[in-house]
Structures are given as C-alpha cells and as structure tokens.
Design a protein around this ligand. Structure first.
Ligand SMILES: NC(=O)c1ccc[n+]([C@@H]2O[C@H](COP(=O)([O-])OP(=O)(O)OC[C@H]3O[C@@H](n4cnc5c(N)ncnc54)[C@H](O)[C@@H]3O)[C@@H](O)[C@H]2O)c1
Length: 509
C-alpha cells in the first residue's frame, strides 16, 4: 500500500515522545502519509530500540530539544499522569498532538488542554483504540443504522491485572531496583476508564453526564499498598477493582468496570430498546423482547476495503491503525476524528469524577462538559488528584541497597513463580470435577512444577532475604504477600517433601 490512502502527497513529520508504547505504532505510519523523524525518551535502551526501526530519525532524551526539532506533530506516549501537561507543551510548541490515554490527570489540566487546543487551532486527538476493534466497529455501524434503538443499559469492562509492576512494560528490570513502576505502581483504575467507556461512547454517539462509584478497598496480593484508605486517604492502585455507573446523555446507564484482578475479562454487553448485543463472540439479539433470537456475527476486515486489510495487521485488534488514520486524516483533510479534545475530556473526566465519587461515599457527580466555557470556569482551579504513595520510596531511607537493589528483579521472577505454585495447588483441589482435557493440563503443570522445584525454591530464598531485612516496608510486604498468601511458601520450602507430596498425588491419578 502506498501513500495513496489520502488523495494528497503531503507528508506529516511525526515525533514520538515516549518510546515504549509510542514505538508500537510504527508499522502503520508510512502508508498514512506519516514519516517518523524524531523520538524522545529518558531511557537509553528505548532510544536504541527506536533507532533500529528509524535509523535516520533524530533521537534525544531532552524534551525541549525534541520539541524544537523539525516536526509537525507529536505522539505523546509518556507516563500516563503526564499526558495533559505534555500535550499542552507540544501544542504550545506549534505541534499537532496525538495523545495516549488518558488525556489529563486533573480537571484544571483538562481546562488548560481544551483552551490550548482552541487557541492554537491545532489538531488534538487521543489514541483510544478499543472502539475500533472489528466487532466494535461493526456494532457502531449497526447502531448508526438504527438496529438497536435507544441505549437503555450497557456493561463494558477492561479487567486486566497489571498491578504488580516490577519491570518496565518491555520486561526489562527497573533501575535502580528498589522500586516499582513509575505510575503503574499507584494509579487508581478509574483514571484508566477509556478502554471500556470509550467504545460505548463511540458506538452510540452519546456522552457521559453523571457518574457514581463506591471504593473497593480490597487489593490484590503483591501490589504496593498505601497505609490504608480509612487511615490517611491513600487510594488503591491498579491492583484493585474500579466499578462505576455512568449516566449517558440519553438517560441510559453504563456499568463501567476496570480492575486489577485474579481473572482478566473484557465482557461487553449493550442493550438497546429494539435489540441487544454482546461480545466475545459477537452476537446480536433481535426481537425487542427477552426471548430474543440470538444471531452470531462474523465480521471480516476485508469487507472494510483496503483500510480494513491494513488495520487487520496492526496491534490491539486493528484499533491502533484507526487512531493514527483518523489523526492523519484530520491533519490532511480537516475531517474530524472521533476522539477530539472534547470527547477525550468527557471520558477522562468520567474517571476522575468516578474516583472522587468513591471517596465521597458514592455521591453521584456530574461529568462536566468542557465544550461550555462557563462550565470550564467552575473547574479551572480544580486540582483534585488521587492521594498515592511514592513508588520510588518503598524501603526505609537508610536501606542497604545491596539488598533492596534486587527487589525489582527478584519480584519479576517471584511473580510468575508464585502464580505457578498457586495454579498447581488450586487446580489439584478442583481436579476431580475437571473435564478430561483440563485434567491432562493439570497433570502436566503439576509435573512441570515438580521438575522445576529447585529453581522455584531458589527464587523464594532470594525474596525471603529482602522480606526479612525489611519486613514492615511496602516493598517487603508486597514480596511477603506473594510468598505467603499466593506462593504457599511453607509447603514449597519443604523441598523434597513437597516433591514427594506432588508425586504421591500424581501416582493416585
Ligand atoms: N492505548 C493502549 O492500548 C495502550 C497500551 C499501552 C500503553 N498505553 C499508554 O501509553 C503510555 C506509555 O506506556 P508505556 O507502556 O510505554 O509505559 P511507560 O509509561 O513506562 O513508558 C513511558 C516512556 O516514556 C518515557 N518518558 C516519560 N516521560 C518522559 C519525558 N518527559 N521525556 C522523555 N521520555 C519520557 C519513559 O522513559 C518511558 O520509556 C501510558 O500512558 C499508557 O497508558 C496505551
């Protein structure tokens, strides 16, 4: 596919700010009239990785140098809580902005972002990609055709356990090692609400107007925890659930659920007044009654023409392609993209207000419409933000770094090790009722753990050393939970006796 996707030869010079997720878009860009000519990241390994794909690009760790370079547009894919500030900085430097989710952290930042976009007249889009998966694109098409009638209720989820963050997203250990990830170690999941609410907004064309939420205070094992919500206001991070009910502009209600969990899920259900739908697999229910007829649908990318074929080969089920396509299209042709600054503000503010509602015992709060300057005035100085612990200081100040410096690399090994142990012990408990196929799978994981036990024991020993040195620290507590609550440390450390126990169980099958 050549540059003929758009009826112009004009090219867009793009700089990528934040080269982790930012680099994952490279595949789709050339055929969308975009040349990546600059990159910026603090981390040397990120810059080197980027240069392998873009050897002629200008690369720097200095954001001012980057923004002063010869680029038309910036993809902001820096740390999640910084997108609002960085988008404003890039716009002020005269660049169009495509921002990763979420758009900003506080209502005041949101006002500043909206007004900077309005003043500069530059293009601002957000990369919320989940509405553009193939099934969601089809639902949007059917919705526009009127199949579903009015939205009465929907349930969309982004339940994805990412709370134990011992490494960078590319799997490399954090440096120095006595910390967890910059923001994945503390951000409450309400802030990350666009992968679930976003599709409902795009499919139905409705905006959220009100939100209410309660605060689940139970967090997963092994995540860094604050000192407790009731004690001093620290709020849970990505290792806890974040459910909310959102009123939409037509009066329909959406249950928007995010969460760090013991079972990931992306269940999605839409109820209209004429028909309903659910994903995965995609199925519509027609007849406008409870005993509706269920019809399974099999949409194909190819039916969307060349663009569909191109989208099929990109990340996040094609969604990554469309957000770049819409951004380029708006710059080159002026045609608006689904995620302009106002809809980006709508979804971002829903997350902020949901978390604030939860801290107020579940009071329903408005989702302000920043299209209206008078509404913006009420939030101009609203700097409310989640109270959170400092993920870079999870051991005492006088710590012995020869011990705590191993925390992230040990945590990165311990996490899959305890997961294996938990899977084995719990699947043995339900073995009798399992299907024949699952019985075979269970027997296999038991055998594998038995054979690998010496390595697992070694990882447990390394973790225990850190726990015993700093048992009351946040870092020590996280590892201790993994060892004791998930990893059945006492049994595993029996070594040969535990192997004998597993063998005995295997023989009895
Ligand atoms: N839409 C999606 O499906 C999706 C998927 C993954 C990540 N994301 C979003 O993308 C963003 C980036 O995520 P990530 O996975 O790359 O992890 P990350 O947040 O760890 O990476 C951010 C990168 O930006 C760099 N950086 C941050 N501030 C900088 C600055 N001022 N100057 C130079 N470099 C800077 C960091 O060194 C790091 O490499 C996150 O906000 C995340 O929410 C979205």
């Amino acid at each position: 596919m050549s540059s003929s996707v758009f009826a112009t030869e004009r090219r867009i010079k793009l700089g990528i700010w934040g080269l982790g997720r930012g680099s994952s878009f490279l595949r789709s860009l050339a055929s969308l009239n975009i040349d990546v000519v600059a990159g910026c990241d603090y981390h040397e390994n990120m810059r080197q990785g980027f240069l392998k794909n873009c050897p002629d690009a200008f690369v720097t760790d200095n954001e001012d140098e980057f923004l002063a370079s010869d680029i038309d547009a910036v993809l902001v894919a820096t740390y999640c809580p910084d997108h609002g500030k960085h988008a404003v900085k890039a716009l002020e430097a005269g660049k169009h902005v495509l921002s990763e989710v979420m758009a900003f952290m506080t209502p005041a930042e949101g006002v500043a972002l909206v007004e900077t976009v309005e003043r500069t007249g530059l293009v601002y889009n957000m990369t919320e990609n989940y509405p553009f998966s193939l099934p969601n694109l089809y639902l949007a098409k059917l919705w526009k055709e009127g199949l579903f009638g009015e939205l009465s209720y929907a349930e969309y989820e982004y339940v994805h356990g990412v709370g134990r963050c011992f490494t960078n997203p590319d799997g490399t250990p954090l440096e120095p090692g006595n910390r967890v990830h910059h923001w994945r170690g503390w951000l409450n999941y309400h802030y990350y609400c666009s992968h679930s609410l976003g599709p409902v907004m795009v499919i139905t064309g409705l905006r959220p107007t009100q939100v209410v939420s309660l605060l689940p205070e139970v967090e997963n094992y092994g995540v860094i925890k604050g000192e407790g919500y009731h004690k001093d206001g620290f709020l849970p991070g990505l290792g806890a659930f974040a459910p909310s009910l959102v009123k939409m502009s037509n009066g329909g209600v959406v249950r928007n659920l995010m969460g760090g969990t013991t079972a990931d899920s992306h269940n999605q259900r839409l109820y209209g007044t004429k028909a309903s739908a659910e994903l995965h697999p995609l199925r519509v229910k027609v007849g406008a009654t409870g005993s509706a007829m269920h019809i399974n649908l099999k949409p194909e990318w190819e039916s969307l023409g060349d663009l569909g074929t191109m989208a099929a080969s990109t990340g996040h089920g094609g969604g990554d392609f469309w957000v770049i396509y819409y951004f380029a299209r708006q710059i080159l042709t002026g045609e608006p993209a689904p995620w302009d600054v106002y809809s980006s503000a709508d979804v971002t503010l829903t997350g902020i207000q949901a978390l604030r509602s939860a801290t107020q015992g579940g009071v329903a709060l408005e989702v302000p419409d920043f299209r209206d300057p008078a509404v913006r005035d009420r939030y101009r100085n609203d700097n409310w933000v989640q109270k959170h612990h400092d993920t870079y200081n999870i051991f005492p100040k006088d710590q012995d770094i020869t011990i705590t410096g191993n925390f992230s690399s040990v945590g990165a090994k311990l996490n899959p090790a305890v997961t294996r142990v938990r899977k084995v012990l719990d699947s043995m408990k339900v073995f009798k009722l399992a299907t024949a196929e699952d019985k075979v799978a269970i027997i296999n994981i038991v055998k594998e753990l038995r054979d690998d036990l010496p390595q697992v024991v070694e990882i447990y020993r390394e973790a225990r050393k850190i726990v015993d040195a700093y048992p009351e620290s946040q870092g020590g507590r996280a590892l201790r939970e993994l060892l004791e609550d998930v990893g059945a440390e006492e049994r595993v450390m029996l070594g040969d006796k535990f192997v004998a126990e597993l063998n005995e169980w295997l023989i009895a099958r």
